[in-house]
Write a protein that binds this ligand. Sequence first.
Ligand SMILES: NC(=O)C1=CN([C@@H]2O[C@H](COP(=O)(O)OP(=O)(O)OC[C@H]3O[C@@H](n4cnc5c(N)ncnc54)[C@H](O)[C@@H]3O)[C@@H](O)[C@H]2O)C=CC1
Ligand SMILES: CC(=O)C(=O)O
Ligand SMILES: [Mg+2]
Length: 480
Amino acid sequence: MSIPSGAHTSIILRLELHKETASFGQIATAIGDSGGDIVAIDVGRSDKTTIVRDITVNVYDQKHTDLIVQAVNAVPGAKVIHVSDQTFLMHLGGKLETTPKTPIKNRDDLSRVYTPGVARVCMAIHEKPSRAHSLTIKRNTIAVVSDGSAVLGLGNIGPEAAMPVMEGKAVLFKQFAGVDAFPICLNTQDTEEIIAIVKAIAPSFGGINLEDISSPRCFEIEQRLVEELDIPVFHDDQHGTAVVLLAGLLNAVKIVGKRLEDCKIVVCGIGAAGIACSKMLLAAGVRHIVGVDRSGAIVSGETYSNPAWQWYADHTNPDRLTGSLSEVIRGADVFIGVSGPGVLKVDDLKAMAPDPIVFAMANPTPEILPEEAEPYVRVMATGRSDYPNQINNVLCFPGIFRGVLDCRASCVTEQMKLAAAKAIASVVSDEELNEHYIIPSVFNTAVVERVREAVIQAAYESGVARKAQPTAPKQPVPYY
Ligand SMILES: NC(=O)C1=CN([C@@H]2O[C@H](COP(=O)(O)OP(=O)(O)OC[C@H]3O[C@@H](n4cnc5c(N)ncnc54)[C@H](O)[C@@H]3O)[C@@H](O)[C@H]2O)C=CC1
Ligand SMILES: CC(=O)C(=O)O
Ligand SMILES: [Mg+2]
């Protein structure tokens, strides 16, 4: 039995096999019968009686690993001596390092990079603080700030546990858009403290990417920082997600031959991502949006302690539908999931309108797995890298920040977000568009370039770009 796209990781089993009793065939059978998928085999060392082999196996999770180890150890003459996990190996010592752009080869270099030469540069910035943008890392560097309160769909796991995600975001910024990014995880979940800390560190950065801060605190934190800082502040889980969702949906409705404005859309999980996605859909002209959270549909007339939900109740659900997800999803054209694992059932899909579109975007485990949903839906997307149609904010944030840094925008406007969504959607041509290709791959280099260009143009149109506009109409703005 092979493990297709559902496998999460691969492990390397180091085995000691007694040559006379254990054969490789027996080991392969034990692994295969336990559902492991062997992808590579190496010989570590060999002597007269024993052979040590490293076997790379695709597995689902830790429980699956344990099962395979047990099955291999049950083969007479075989012993698992070490198990390493490729994903953990990639994280050893973290995923980032600092690399100097100006290596110091002699005392002369030293006196320029550091004291005394550096003092003249300091004083130049002191005289005119905007020079920090050209004379320091500020012009190409952003902070990825989290308090660890809503990390992916894992919940409030704290700042240390949030670091691998923030380091990952920083890697993506650099690899896809050349943006330098620092992961900064804060040991506080107090709104005022977070605002004060981000304001205090802002001088070093050209932009702030807020990440995985739970709702409703994320709304006030972002709004206050946008008002109080002169660099772009962008809560990725809200706006990055909403931009990519709209891009995917603009293309998905073309496949099913429906107008976006006419679609009945159910959004599950009315937190940071759910509220921003709904706002973006309203701005795109959608009228029938019903939001559902743990306690059922959000509807006007109810009183909610969360002010964001009060706003939501007043601006969505025009037919005042009430009840659970299973109740309000009847007849819906589109399901947007930004909630948690396994929330959506096959019976819910069967109750949707013909040609359902399902974006199950919760990470790492979606609201329903594609293999379960696909027989009943026309277009299926998740937030994950290991299935087709990855609706993930990674398609947005590198290009958005590349654009705002390059034109020195003071903020990210609605017009810039809409331009980014259309730019992402446009990467998939009408000839290429099909059920399994509604959104470009993150590895498609056209994505960042198109988002960047669209964002810069919209920034000039919105009047928030501070870099002098190039005089020739189509002349590209320099990359750095
Ligand atoms: N694919 C993508 O690009 C993105 C995916 N996400 C995913 O969306 C989910 C939510 O993220 P945030 O909005 O940042 O978190 P959040 O904590 O701000 O909001 C989550 C909301 O979902 C609700 N929820 C949780 N389980 C639910 C259930 N079983 N039924 C109904 N509602 C439920 C919570 O009550 C909360 O209101 C996470 O799984 C996250 O990984 C978030 C951002 C981007
Ligand atoms: C993709 C992302 O930002 C999230 O799941 O939180
Ligand atoms: Mg996130």
